[in-house]
Design a protein around this ligand. Structure first.
Ligand code: ZN
Length: 66
């Protein structure tokens, strides 16, 4: 029986097995997010897993045209 731990990032159960390459995280994404969390305070950490929305999509941004 594999030991199951919780992903420190999102809390998802992760089996502590060889196959879980990103343990204790559930995925590469959570690992990168967590490792980058402290750094991203000052630096922008490029996460090379682009399947989400673009960064510069800011619909609420008021266009400051005088
Ligand atoms: Zn996770």
């Amino acid at each position: 029986m594999a030991r199951v731990i919780s992903c420190p990032r999102c809390g998802k159960p992760v089996e502590w097995v060889e196959a879980s390459a990103y343990r204790p995280f559930c995925s590469e994404r959570c690992k990168l997010i967590d490792l980058g969390a402290w750094a991203s305070e000052k630096y922008r950490v490029p996460v090379t897993e682009s399947n989400d929305q673009p960064e510069d999509a800011a619909p609420d941004e008021p266009s400051a045209t005088p």
